[in-house]
Design a protein around this ligand. Structure first.
Ligand SMILES: Nc1nc2c(ncn2[C@@H]2O[C@H](COP(=O)(O)OP(=O)(O)OP(=O)(O)O)[C@@H](O)[C@H]2O)c(=O)[nH]1
Ligand SMILES: [Mg+2]
Length: 408
């Protein structure tokens, strides 16, 4: 009879022992946060409104594409922040079907380093319909909801005021001069689309912020915070990780067009702007500095503002997207430099990034260790002679990180 309480004691010991064992093994083995929920029928409990499944209902099907383009919807995209943790934001990628494996690599990097903990949406845009492989592969990799959109023809063709023979001759001349992408017609449509239209695509209309991702990029460090939230909370409108000088032959008359815009719209020019980043003589000439736009986190509402649209339309009517080969990088950068006050621009030092051929790798060793970075600091482009990042630090009175001189 006295064995009753004894057995009870053994039972309690066993239960405590088992609980301890589970606790220790769980904390010792690094488990992906959402593995349990992934196993649980792909249901996501980290955030309530996004469903990372391969079910076609989470992505816009080919048949729905046309409908989405003609009829902006108020539901899916904007609901991303319903959990309260997220900002109303999306990743965005312009790509061809043939880019699928290169964009797959980029998505995997972004997911592993950041988005697996946030499940932000991803919008894919294309001038042709996305094929099933592209949609299947990308939907399986993105932890948020994917959307696929076709670009309306009027955003990927010649406006009526463009002389197409003159444009063709310009391409031939640039090709003879071996100017990179100088002979390409599609590259010009791409640059014009990124400059003036992607943020007006119906799939983008319900979002406030975007993060642009290109094929074959690398993210070398953990992104241990939410950059979208940072942008919103700090009222930032445009951000970058790499900057450099533009190839002059692609933009000989761009600054003339910008000056025309500034003359016609003095009301749009921000006080306390970053003109000194763009010009060494108070605005007379362009020094060719620009933020590298294959990485961008920015405000869609700013790009949709009257200021930006008036700016884009002035440039577009001058024809340099076709008669020269204006890139969206200088076009966005000049806009950010003259239409926004300095404080609205941001350099994301913590986001280590590569797009062929340049690398941004944080100068600080402590930061690289804390963020589990895999980049070689010797590859960091920030302080090299062809980068404009030093100039950005100077005009904003920012202190350069210790050791930067050794990386120049
Ligand atoms: N749908 C579509 N996307 C395009 C086209 N041309 C380029 N893109 C996309 O537009 C973005 C920029 O094009 P890239 O070819 O990467 O241009 P780049 O970064 O200047 O040059 P690279 O050094 O080749 O990367 C990428 O996301 C491409 O996938 C096109 O004709 N159609
Ligand atoms: Mg690229």
């Amino acid at each position: 009879m006295s064995s009753g309480p004894k057995y009870l004691r053994y039972l309690v010991f066993a239960a405590v022992g088992l609980a301890l064992f589970f606790f220790i093994s769980r904390s010792a083995i690094p488990m992906p946060e959402n593995i349990g929920t992934k196993l649980n029928n792909y249901k996501d409990t980290f955030t309530s409104s996004s469903s990372p499944s391969t079910d076609s209902s989470t992505s816009t099907s080919a048949n729905e594409e046309a409908a989405v383009i003609n009829k902006p919807t108020n539901e899916a995209p904007g609901s991303a922040g319903a959990s309260g943790d997220r900002v109303n934001a999306t990743f965005v990628t312009l790509a061809r079907n043939g880019d699928v494996w290169d964009i797959a690599k980029s998505i995997r990097q972004v997911e592993d380093r950041f988005n697996r903990n946030y499940h932000y949406d991803w919008v894919f845009l294309n001038d042709k319909e996305f094929d099933e492989t592209f949609k299947k592969v990308t939907t399986s990799l993105v932890s948020g909801t994917t959307h696929y959109g076709i670009i309306p023809n009027e955003h990927w063709s010649y406006p009526e005021w463009i002389d197409q023979d003159k444009a063709k001759k310009a391409r031939e001349t640039m090709e003879e001069k071996h100017i990179i992408y100088g002979g390409s017609e599609s590259y010009r449509h791409m640059c014009r689309y990124e400059s003036g239209f992607f943020f007006r695509h119906p799939l983008m209309l319900n979002y406030e912020y975007y993060w642009r991702v290109e094929p074959s990029i690398e993210l070398y460090c953990d992104v241990s915070f939410d950059p979208f939230r940072f942008m919103k909370e700090n009222n930032k409108k445009y951000s970058f990780v790499l900057s450099l000088y533009e190839y002059y032959e692609t933009i000989p008359s761009l600054w003339d067009s910008v000056k025309k815009f500034m003359g016609n719209h003095p009301e749009h020019i921000a006080e306390g702007n970053s003109m000194d980043f763009l010009s060494d003589d108070g605005g007379k000439t362009y020094n060719k500095c620009h933020f590298w736009s294959n990485f961008e986190i920015g405000s869609l509402e700013w790009l949709r503002s009257k200021e930006y649209i008036d700016y884009f339309e002035t440039l577009d009517h001058d024809g340099g997207f076709f008669y020269e080969r204006w890139g969206d990088a200088p076009v966005h950068s000049i806009a950010a430099g003259i239409l926004l006050p300095k404080e609205d621009l941001h350099f994301f030092n913590e986001i280590a990034y590569y797009h062929i051929p340049f690398t941004h790798c944080p100068t600080s060793e402590q930061m690289r260790l804390d963020l589990k970075c895999s980049c070689n600091p010797g590859d960091n482009f920030d302080w090299k002679g062809y980068s404009c990042t030093s100039r950005f630090f100077d005009i904003n009175n920012m202190e350069k990180p210790p050791g930067y001189e050794n990386q120049s």
